[in-house]
Design a protein around this ligand. Structure first.
Ligand SMILES: Cc1cc2nc3c(=O)[nH]c(=O)nc-3n(C[C@H](O)[C@H](O)[C@H](O)COP(=O)(O)OP(=O)(O)OC[C@H]3O[C@@H](n4cnc5c(N)ncnc54)[C@H](O)[C@@H]3O)c2cc1C
Ligand code: FES
Length: 326
């Protein structure tokens, strides 16, 4: 079995084991999150050894060329020498400019990075509180609005990152922002397409960026934004989306609330029913699905079965950090 050299130690891998699993099994500290090749918080650099192709899927070409790899996707086929990339090469220091309530369990976080971040609306970044604690959050801001970055964070009681943000973090505190990733973005080639933007909870964050970017670029097809929440206060951009829809004939906003007592202008159908019954035939729709993994995966299947092309469905499941295996 291949041997890994990391942080001055030699680690022998087991059959079919990923680099991340092998290093964690030996008690070595490797930052990680989703363990699914999405969040990119397990990025390592190979000093020696062959990098299997799946370990670089989804990485920017510039990173792949410099021998970066995702440890959770790398099943080594020969000995490797690996290291954690130095923070300065991939991360930009940033200061917290604002933390404020948005509605329900959601807070708005605004960061001022030291240098402008290269990103497209709809992408996500990993925010690092320290060397080990990083979590992915979708960008709700537009690069054209200035250098500030906006995020919508659902506060999870006891959550290492979101709980810290809501309880302890203050404006002026510093974080690091890793390079943007993700392919759920708007492109001018879609200007005449019908766009369906579906999000649960803070799954609205990337959609808020995408819808404003599409309108900014003069989108000509229909746009339907569908947001799902458990209670009314979870519709944290309800008024802003209603205002935006009133300003654009081709934009329609739908809200689905599971417990709708006291809400106005909402649909009581579960979000997936609302989506499927409103659109019917998905063959000429381009869909963006963001938020809770179960809903994203279920809707992807239903939309596909209702006529959508797989390459016209963009899905960002907000996978939680996977617990350590015992
Ligand atoms: C690509 C991507 C984009 C994301 N974008 C956003 C975003 O824009 N906004 C946002 O709020 N989050 C987003 N997330 C989720 C985010 O990365 C964190 O997982 C989340 O904020 C929890 O982190 P934490 O450190 O606060 O909680 P942790 O300390 O990781 O978890 C604390 C406890 O809560 C549980 N838990 C974690 N997440 C959930 C959940 N969703 N529901 C119920 N229990 C949970 C954990 O299993 C654990 O037991 C995204 C995730 C990915 C992969
Ligand atoms: S990409 Fe490897 S842990 Fe998320």
């Amino acid at each position: 079995m291949p041997t890994l050299r990391f942080d001055g130690q030699a680690v022998t891998t087991q059959d079919g084991e990923t680099v991340l699993e092998a290093l964690l099994r030996h008690g070595l500290a490797v930052p990680h999150g989703c363990r699914s090749g999405i969040c990119q918080s397990c990025l390592l650099k190979a000093r020696e050894g062959h990098i299997p192709a799946p370990a670089q899927a989804g990485l920017k070409p510039a990173l792949a060329e410099q021998d970066y790899l995702l440890a959770c996707r790398c099943v080594p086929d020969e000995d490797m020498v690996l290291e954690i990339p130095s923070a300065g090469t991939l991360r930009t220091p940033a200061e917290i400019a604002a933390i404020e309530p948005l509605g329900g369990e959601v807070i708005r976080l605004v960061l001022t990075p030291e240098a402008a971040l290269d990103y497209r609306p709809g992408q996500y970044v990993t925010l690092w509180r320290d060397e080990q604690l990083g979590r992915s959050y979708s960008l709700a801001s537009l690069p054209d609005e200035g250098q500030s970055l906006e995020f919508h964070v659902r506060v999870i009681p006891g959550g290492q990152f979101s709980g810290w943000l809501a309880g302890e973090a203050r404006p002026g505190d510093r974080l690091e922002v890793q390079e943007a990733a993700g392919s759920c973005v708007y492109t001018p080639a879609l200007r005449d397409a019908n766009l369906l933007l579906v999000g649960t909870g803070t799954g609205l964050a990337p959609l808020w960026g995408i819808v404003r970017e599409a309108l900014r670029q003069g989108h000509r097809g229909q746009i339907r934004v569908m947001h799902g929440a458990v209670e009314c206060d979870g519709l944290y951009l309800h008024e802003a989306l209603k205002r935006l829809a009133a300003q654009h004939d081709n934009l329609h906003y739908h809200a689905s609330v599971l417990r709708p007592e006291g809400c106005s202008a909402v649909d009581e159908r579960p979000l997936d029913e609302l989506v499927v019954e409103t659109i019917g035939d998905f063959s000429d729709w381009h869909s963006y699905l963001c938020g809770a993994p179960e809903l994203v995966n279920q809707l992807r299947r239903r939309i596909f079965l209702a006529g959508a092309r797989m390459d016209a469905i963009c899905a960002d499941a907000f996978l939680p950090t996977a617990p350590a295996k015992t």
